[in-house]
Write a protein that binds this ligand. Structure first.
Ligand code: PGA
Length: 260
């Protein structure tokens, strides 16, 4: 697990977007795992900028989103379908048929989840998965006690997550209490993973995920077991890490290491 600490949210977003761009330039038909929430917005803005100003090409890209609220139709303003189209997809050139987002309104959730997993496999697996982290340490909607080998499935949201996400809804009781989400096991099969966190509110979850034990109580801690995971933080999100100086030392000296 590499820990990269940038001074600001914007610098963190630029650094993470650069990693996505390097991967897309090396493999134009990459499969990207997308996340919703406030945190990845900066990365999406940077990627849109790279697309518009430098021609970063998404025409062969396929995407799979992590999760969706159960019961919200695709055009609901708080659905993750709507979020992704408004904040990212409509600004770049990913073919619509290459975009996969879990359905919040399927008539058969179990069958849908199996199909979603199968589509990921048929597309060759996820090359790069982008993640945020919940204040309870969740990745996607894998709430505390989710199995670290879980697959795409229905989950009941934690009360703390419902509270965190109520800022987007008119009334707290409007927040759905169920979601369909990729599992931790699904996420861990991605070739590379980047986890983004910004702000003081995430500092505890980040300290536990990065420096605590691997535990299903903090599902982000599973990334410690992933060979190519990178955590991008701003200073506030990094403020409770014990080994801050060590991460900075590694990052300062890494460029000088022999390349072969
Ligand atoms: P946020 O959500 O980026 O809106 O804080 C992160 C998450 O819950 O995964």
């Amino acid at each position: 697990m590499e820990v990269i600490i940038e001074k600001t949210y914007e610098q963190m977003s630029i650094a993470a977007a650069q990693e996505v761009a390097i991967i897309l330039n090396a493999k134009p038909n990459s499969v990207l795992g997308m996340a919703t929430g406030s945190t990845p917005l900066g990365v999406y803005q940077q990627l849109v900028k790279l697309h518009k100003e430098q021609g970063l090409d998404f025409s062969q890209v396929t995407t799979f989103n992590l999760d969706e609220y159960v019961g919200l139709p695709t055009d609901h303003p708080q659905s993750y379908h709507h979020f992704m189209h408004e904040n990212f997809f409509k600004h770049v050139n990913i073919p619509l048929q290459n975009i996969y987002i879990p359905s919040g309104t399927t008539s058969n959730y179990r069958a849908f989840c199996q199909w979603f997993e199968q589509r990921i496999r048929e597309c060759g697996g996820i090359d790069l998965q982008i993640l945020g982290i919940g204040s309870d340490g969740h990745i996607a909607f894998n709430e505390p006690s989710s199995s670290l080998s879980s697959r795409t499935r229905l989950k009941t949201l934690a009360q703390s997550t419902i509270e965190d996400n109520s800022r987007f809804f008119d009334r707290p009781e409007d927040v759905p209490i169920y979601a369909i989400t990729m599992g931790v096991g699904t996420i861990m099969e991605a070739d590379r993973i980047i986890l983004l966190a910004s702000g003081e509110k995430k500092a505890d979850a980040i300290a536990k995920a990065v420096e605590g034990p691997v535990t299903s109580m903090i599902t982000a801690s599973a990334l410690q077991m992933h060979a190519k995971s990178r955590v991008y933080l701003d200073t506030a999100a990094a403020s409770k890490l014990q080994m801050r100086n060590y991460y900075d030392w590694i990052n300062e000296n890494k460029p000088g290491a022999p390349q072969v």
